[in-house]
Design a protein around this ligand. Sequence first.
Ligand SMILES: C[S@@+](CC[C@H](N)C(=O)[O-])C[C@H]1O[C@@H](n2cnc3c(N)ncnc32)[C@H](O)[C@@H]1O
Length: 209
Amino acid sequence: MTTPELDQAYWEGLWSKTLRDHADMVAQRPPNKHLVAELADVPPGLAADAGCGHGADTLWLASHGWKVTSIDFSSTALAQGQFMAEAAGAGLKERITWVESDLAQWVPEEDRYDLIICLYVHMAGSVEEMVKRMARGIAPGGTLFLVGHRPVDPETGAATAAANQVQVSVDAAIAALDPHAWEFVVAEERPRSVAGTGVDAVIRAQRVR
Ligand SMILES: C[S@@+](CC[C@H](N)C(=O)[O-])C[C@H]1O[C@@H](n2cnc3c(N)ncnc32)[C@H](O)[C@@H]1O
């Protein structure tokens, strides 16, 4: 089998099929466990969710008082997120701005965000460049939170579902961030928090200056 191109058409097709076949499962998907474990106690501010998909994490952030800009290049995923935010009520939709954009080009306004998250996103170009670009959008004191499904299961050596993708790793994140400006609160591989085999790289970095 050939590896599919992980471009906009691929994700758009995958989201259309997933929402057609498993709409209920998608609507009920909880926020990411690593995110909840790390950020539940962080006071809300301005956040961005880069590669937000249908926005389970965006909705969780908004329900905790964050104002969130949520970026994805799948209009189908964004429409689902918008629908779920409206259905949730409680003023959630007013706290979220959905942006259809390619992360390869997305440049956050410098020093703007208290939090940028990027979870399970295949990075088509250099991972380090992408991490640096997101980091420039974080205000002093703010947090960059990244999770990447590792392509190989360290226990078995078997390929995981992320084998054909390039997601963030602990090493790439450490290489990308200036150690004088960033403190790694967490930078480790943890047991996977959602379906699938292997481990997730979990990076929580705080801008110290
Ligand atoms: C595996 S999903 C993860 C979604 C969400 N972060 C989560 O954890 O549930 C990857 C998402 O990244 C989006 N994506 C991948 N490459 C992208 C790019 N270059 N620009 C914008 N979105 C992208 C896809 O459309 C998809 O919604």
